[in-house]
Design a protein around this ligand. Structure first.
Ligand SMILES: *Cc1c(COP(=O)(O)O)cnc(C)c1O
Length: 392
């Protein structure tokens, strides 16, 4: 008996094959074809927004957002330290400088520290925020693991200082506010820009792919234009701007349309599996299942266990290896981006929670196909392992 419970794998229970076959039969495999427009429409409708451009990846969606936000060489962009590095790399594509702002207990950017940085470390004059004479143009807010960032707080700061807000909602398709100022608003539709990813590990996948939206629907049209090499004339090769090859293909979009049909069911399963784990870990002394923000409905994409470091000193690597031996795939939260080689000289601001959580968070299997029995098996093995490792 060897079981293997993956962390999270794609789920193709729906019309994926049918639509991909159809795209192949029609011969529309590249950046033209009806599935692309259909996917864009489905996304716009789902997110209650007017315009969405499908692109090649979440990273390209973020890059296009930074371009439209007016981020230029030498500017400053405020970014998170505790997330996937793709959220920050596009800042470097624009030859701008990231400044790392700490997270709160949701793993998302702390609006209090964001405000403090702007107030105490920057100068604000004539509507321009400056950090050491550099223009602070934008903030990249990641909705980590499907958890909504504190958008109330973040939008207040952004409005006060004229910052563009780029929401990295690559992990948060389906997360929305149920209460407050943004009730009914989906992650990615609150700030100026929202980026989504359909990479293989995300809640829906197109193999690789992404989408971008913006508050201003004309800006989305312009991003679509930039994503297809800024073609100004469909017949003659006329270009007025430098474009990119960032457009999604029809083959990917065919997959995406099938996945969008299943998205509500995927979210429902992720939510109910989370509840299952929650009751399994209730009252457990050596680890806590982290909650999602109150007043929101989260897609609960990834589940996070906080290891009690007062009792357990074993390295994450050892914990992960032990569980792998039991057939359970887990992972550590990311290494801090500001400690990675391309970023280790950049400015950080009051990083406390990010390193705290970096040393403590273990992600446990959260795939949409996981069974109740498997959840119990995982919880049981994790608990036994941690009990065995605890120093008491
Ligand atoms: C997946 C992810 C991205 C990048 O998306 P790709 O489609 O892989 O380019 C960016 N930011 C975060 C937080 C992600 O999890």
């Amino acid at each position: 008996m060897s079981r293997f419970i993956p962390l999270s794998i794609p789920n193709f229970e729906g019309n994926e094959k049918k639509y991909v076959d159809d795209a192949l039969e029609q011969g529309w495999v590249s950046t033209g074809g009806a599935y692309i427009a259909q996917l864009e429409q489905m996304l716009a409708q789902y997110l209650h927004t007017r315009n969405v451009a499908a692109c090649q990846s979440g990273t390209s969606a973020l890059h296009l957002s930074l371009i439209e936000a007016g981020v230029r060489p030498g500017d400053v962009v405020l970014v998170p330290p505790l997330t996937f590095i793709a959220a920050v790399n596009p800042v470097k594509y624009q030859f701008a400088h990231p400044v790392f702002i700490d997270c709160d207990d949701s793993f998302c950017m702390d609006p209090v520290k964001l405000a403090e940085f702007c107030e105490k470390e920057c100068e604000f004059a004539g509507g321009d925020l400056k950090y050491k004479k550099k223009s602070v143009k934008a903030v990249v807010v990641v909705h980590v693991f499907g958890n909504m960032a504190d958008m109330d707080g973040i939008m207040d700061v952004a409005e006060r200082y004229g910052l563009k807000v780029i929401e990295d909602a690559t992990e948060a398709l389906g997360t929305y506010y149920t209460e407050g100022r943004y009730a009914g608003k989906y992650a990615g539709t609150i700030g100026d820009f929202g980026a989504f990813s359909f990479n293989g590990n995300k809640i829906i996948t197109t193999g690789g792919g992404g989408a971008v939206t913006a508050k201003n629907e004309k800006v989305v049209d312009h991003m679509r234009y930039l994503s297809t090499q800024a073609k100004d004339d469909p017949h003659y090769y006329i270009h007025h701007e430098v474009g990119y090859n960032y457009r999604m293909t029809n083959l990917q979009a065919a997959l995406g349309v099938a996945q969008m049909e299943e998205l509500p069911e995927f979210v429902r399963r992720k939510q109910s599996n989370y509840e299952e784990y929650r009751s399994e870990f209730e009252g457990f002394r050596f680890a806590e299942l982290m909650p999602f923000r109150e007043g929101t409905s989260s897609n609960k994409w990834f589940y996070s266990l906080r290891i009690n470091r007062d009792k357990i000193t074993a390295s994450m690597r050892d914990i992960i290896t032990e569980l792998e031996r039991e057939g359970i795939q887990t992972r550590a939260i990311w290494g801090l981006i500001n400690e990675q080689k391309p970023y280790d000289e950049e400015i950080t601001y009051q990083l406390e929670k990010a390193p705290y959580y970096a040393a403590r968070i273990l992600n446990i299997p959260s795939g949409t196909q996981i069974t109740r029995d498997e959840i119990r098996f995982v919880a049981d093995k994790v608990k036994r392992l941690l009990e065995g490792l605890a120093n008491e």
